[in-house]
Design a protein around this ligand. Structure first.
Ligand SMILES: [Zn+2]
Length: 255
C-alpha cells in the first residue's frame, strides 16, 4: 500500500502567512492612524470640558431614557409636586425577528396596560445634607413584582430649575399638559469644576466660589427664566460647579 505522502504545506501556510501579514498591517495601520487622534482628543476633553461634559451627560441620560417610554405610554400619573411621573406602558412582547419588544394588541385590537415605570426625584438620598438629589427609575411589572430602583442621574438640583414661564417658582421636574398631551421634563445638574482648588470641597453642593453661599436662580430682565447667581453676592460670581439645565417636551402618542 502506497504510503500517503503528506501534502506539501507550502500553499496553505503561505496563505496563512499572507493573511497574518495583512492582519498585522491592518492592525498597525489602525494603531498608527487612530490612536494618536484618539489620544489627543481625550486629553483635550479632560483638560477643558470634564465638568461640563459630566453635567451634560447626566441631564441627557434622563431625557434619552425617558423619551421612548413617554412616547409609548398609555397613561401618565404625575405627583402634585411634580417630582415623580408614572408611565403605564402597553403590554409588550419580545419579537425575535425584530430583536426588540413590540406592543401587543388584545383580541379586539386594543392596547392593554403592561409594565409601569416610575421616574422620581429623591432629595438627598445619600443622607449627606445635600440640597440636591437624584432621579431614579423603578419598574413595576404587569404581574405586580417590582424591580430594584435604578439611579438615572445624580447631583440634580430642582430648586435651580428655570423659572416656570418666567414666573416666581422653579419649573417642576415633571409637568403634564393634558391639552397637548406632552410631558415637560426639566433637569438641572451640577458638576464640580475640576479646577476648584486643593482645599475646596469637590463633591459638595454648588456654591459661590467667593463667599460659599448657596446658589439661587434669579429672574432678570435679560433672562426671564432666571440666571444662576450667588444668594449673597448676586451675579458677579463664579460658582464652584458647572450648572446645566435641560428642558424638553416629550409627546405621548398612544391612546
Ligand atoms: Zn457669594
Amino acid at each position: 500500500m502506497a504510503a500517503r505522502t503528506p501534502r506539501p504545506s507550502s500553499r496553505p501556510s503561505r496563505g496563512a502567512a499572507i493573511a497574518e501579514c495583512l492582519m498585522a498591517m491592518t492592525v498597525s495601520a489602525l494603531i498608527l492612524s487612530v490612536i494618536p487622534a484618539f489620544y489627543v482628543t481625550s486629553v483635550k476633553l479632560w483638560q477643558r470640558d470634564t465638568g461640563r461634559l459630566g453635567a451634560v451627560a447626566q441631564a441627557n441620560i434622563v431625557l434619552y431614557r425617558m423619551q421612548d417610554e413617554i412616547r409609548n405610554a398609555r397613561r401618565t400619573v404625575l405627583s402634585s409636586d411634580g417630582t415623580s411621573v408614572t408611565l403605564v406602558l402597553p403590554t409588550q412582547a419580545y419579537d425575535s425577528s425584530l430583536g426588540r419588544k413590540v406592543n401587543v394588541l388584545n383580541a379586539s385590537g386594543s392596547l392593554t396596560d403592561g409594565d409601569q415605570i416610575r421616574y422620581y426625584f429623591a432629595l438627598d438620598p445619600h443622607g449627606t445634607g445635600s440640597t440636591g438629589g437624584a432621579v431614579y427609575r423603578r419598574v413595576t411589572y404587569a404581574g405586580g413584582t417590582q424591580a430594584p430602583a435604578q439611579l438615572v442621574a445624580d447631583r440634580v438640583y430642582p430648586h435651580l430649575n428655570p423659572r416656570a414661564s418666567g414666573g416666581s417658582t422653579p419649573a417642576p421636574v415633571f409637568a403634564y399638559d393634558a391639552t397637548l398631551r406632552t410631558i415637560t421634563v426639566t433637569i438641572t445638574t451640577a458638576e464640580p469644576k475640576p479646577g476648584t482648588g486643593t482645599f475646596a470641597p469637590r463633591e459638595g453642593d454648588p456654591q459661590c466660589r467667593r463667599c460659599r453661599a448657596p446658589l439661587v436662580r434669579v429672574p432678570t430682565l435679560e433672562h426671564l427664566e432666571g440666571e444662576v447667581q450667588c444668594s449673597q453676592c448676586g451675579s458677579e460670581v463664579e460658582p464652584t460647579a458647572e450648572v446645566v439645565s435641560y428642558q424638553s417636551k416629550l409627546l405621548l402618542r398612544n391612546l
